[in-house]
Design a protein around this ligand. Structure first.
Ligand code: FAD
Length: 569
């Protein structure tokens, strides 16, 4: 990883299990969470005592169409990156043909593949990327850049109607921090580095980039930049567009470089145009990113509010105050109920004492008229800096929370949240094995309309569930706070009837939620990219004329539609 260590080979690059999230030997389990099964029964009619999970999918039972890569092209690609870094095997082609959206997971498990990528190529330098792109253009092929394949927007999936051979360019061998300008706090980093490997290289020198999306373990710097990602600590460190100060992009006609300068007036922002371009304008080979010294103290404190309206008032007051927390997050009533159901049965004496304290606290809150199930809202605020700074900010926030009807719970629940934050993605695979879809939709909202959007989205979702006569559970949190507003992040779970109708059932609910976002003046997504999944709403979001401008840029730069065609517009 660091200069001097060998780059990983193609087979050593980190990868998901081909059919789901994360590591092969890690899975969600509920038997150690006593409140989980009752919640599943109550909210989505899933009886875990009787439901038999589907076995893990087995690729050897599925028919995988052969690669259509012409031999002459294969030879040229192998000579560009080395035989060992060109993979055509079924498992690699299947894995790279799908991201991690719900429809992708349904399709990858079902088999009967309409279109798979024909080859996966792993370059180890910008020169090799250029060589691969030259071959792609000379033979009129399609090239899809690939970071961790964690997108939930359909952005790495080839168009089923594509007739030309499709090459996936896996960036995972480009995994190094090249250098750090310690005076400016700017690091030059290769774009294929995964979150944990990036932070390890930075933190061993005392720096952090501070970008921690929930998909951190299986997503890359280039993927974050190409999708305008947002990490949970964006309140302090910014969204990826604030973090990435300069870019190198391999374009069909050469290399574009944007200078890593703190401010610029070079006309319309080319840099911004490249961010979020999902591989349609070229391949991001390197990013220069803003880095920060690792804080000496970090604490996550939990708070509780009686309901959503009080919580939002508190969150807004924190955003307007002089404090600068690392993150602020408010779960609504249903999400708080869900979080409590994810708590493990205490086994240690300390855990048992904590559970007793919680019971006593909840009894007290009920005596004060709080509704402790489905209404009260848990909130987390993270503070970083020197001890004095953290203590001062905690004390200001404590007063703000109290003025807005909330109470401070302390650092215990906050630490548990901080340790478990990357585990939840495994839940989706568990639910799918019990014929339940769990998925997310996110949007940005101004403080003036945040409550309205929150309620309208619930209305839309529950109206759809009533129409189809099926249960559904939705919950939401507010995160990524800004001066003008914040992100609302909805999660929903719906049982589905059969494999044949699964996608139709899923889109019935998902489309209603997305439509509610744009109908109520919000964005199609706050940080989950456009790809193909959010494309139906892009014109409502940025106007038809705006979408036409973007189309024109893509057509002018990639007239042969060789670069990830069909994504965004
Ligand atoms: P990929 O999925 O491989 O690619 C995404 C797009 O970027 C594709 O169009 C691809 O062609 C393009 N691309 C990738 N690398 C490059 C490159 N080097 N040059 C040019 N184009 C490139 N997103 C968030 O922002 N915040 C979250 O908290 C978050 N949580 C998630 C949790 C889960 C469980 C899942 C499944 C997804 C989550 N996502 C989140 C979405 C996803 O992780 C992000 O979109 C992420 O930025 C994708 O990065 P990646 O490296 O996996 O890119």
């Amino acid at each position: 990883m660091s200069a001097g260590t060998a780059r990983p080979t193609a087979r050593e690059v980190r990868r998901h299990k081909w059919w789901g999230w994360g590591q092969d030997d890690v899975a969600f389990r509920h038997d150690n969470k006593p409140a989980f099964a009752p919640l599943a029964r109550d909210k989505i009619s899933l009886d875990l005592a009787t439901s038999v999970p589907d076995p893990d999918p087995d690729l050897s039972l599925l028919e995988v169409p052969p690669s259509g890569l012409p031999e002459a092209v294969r030879e040229q690609l192998a000579s560009a990156v080395g035989e060992d870094n060109l993979l055509l095997e079924d498992e690699f082609r299947v894995l790279h043909s799908f991201g991690r959206s719900l429809p992708d997971l349904v399709r990858v498990r079902a088999g009967g593949y309409e279109r798979l990528v024909d080859a996966v190529v792993y370059p180890a330098s910008e020169d090799e990327i250029e060589a691969v792109l030259r071959i792609v253009l000379d033979h009129d092929l399609v090239l899809i850049p690939y970071g961790g394949g964690s997108c939930i927007s359909g952005s790495v999936t080839p168009d089923p109607a594509e007739r030309r051979p499709v090459i996936t360019l896996n960036m995972g061998r480009l995994d190094r921090v090249v250098d750090i300008d310690e005076t400016a706090g700017l690091a030059r980093v290769e774009a294929g580095v995964y979150g944990p490997d990036l932070e390890e290289q930075l933190q061993e020198r005392g720096w952090t980039m501070g970008h921690f999306p929930d998909s951190f373990t299986y997503s890359t710097l280039g993927g974050w930049a190409a999708t305008r990602s947002s990490g949970m600590q964006s309140d302090k460190y910014g969204d990826i567009e604030d973090i990435v100060r300069g870019l190198r992009v391999v374009h069909p006609r050469g290399v574009i470089s944007t200078k890593a300068i703190p401010g610029r007036d070079s006309g319309p922002s080319l840099h911004e145009l490249l961010l979020g371009s999902e591989g349609r304008l070229g391949i991001i080979s390197e990013c220069t990113v803003q880095v920060h010294r690792v804080a000496s103290v970090r604490q996550v404190i939990a708070y509780m509010y009686p309901d959503w309206e009080h919580g939002i008032r508190g969150m807004h007051a924190i955003a307007r105050s002089e404090v600068s927390p690392t993150f602020t997050r408010l779960s609504d009533g249903p999400e708080t109920e869900f979080s409590l159901a994810m708590v493990k049965e205490p086994t240690s004496t300390k855990g048992k004492v904590a559970a007793k304290v919680q019971d006593t606290l909840f009894a007290y809150l009920r005596s004060k008229g709080w509704q402790t199930q489905g209404e009260m809202c848990i909130s987390y605020v993270c503070f970083e800096g020197t001890k004095e700074h953290v203590e001062r900010e905690k004390s200001i926030v404590k007063k703000i929370v109290s003025r807005n009807g909330g109470i401070t719970l302390g650092s215990g629940p906050g630490a548990i949240y901080d340790q478990k934050k990357f585990d939840t993605p495994y839940l989706r695979d568990f639910l799918m094995s019990h014929q339940v879809f769990g998925d997310v939709c996110d949007t940005g909202a101004t403080w003036s309309r945040i409550n309205e959007i929150h309620s309208r989205v619930y209305d839309a979702f529950h109206a759809q569930r009533r129409e189809v006569g099926k249960p559904g559970f939705m919950f939401c949190h507010m995160s990524h706070s800004y001066h003008a507003g914040a992100c609302l992040y909805f999660t929903f779970a719906i049982p589905y009837e059969s494999e044949e109708t699964a996608l139709e059932e899923y889109y019935g609910a998902k489309r209603r939620v997305q439509q509610a976002f744009v109908d109520h003046g919000s964005t199609v997504s706050h940080h989950h990219a456009v790809g193909t999944e959010h494309q139906p709403w892009i014109e409502e979001d940025i106007t038809s004329l705006g979408a036409d401008v973007i189309r024109g840029v893509f057509a002018q730069n990639d007239p042969g539609r060789n670069l990830n065609p069909g994504k965004i517009v």
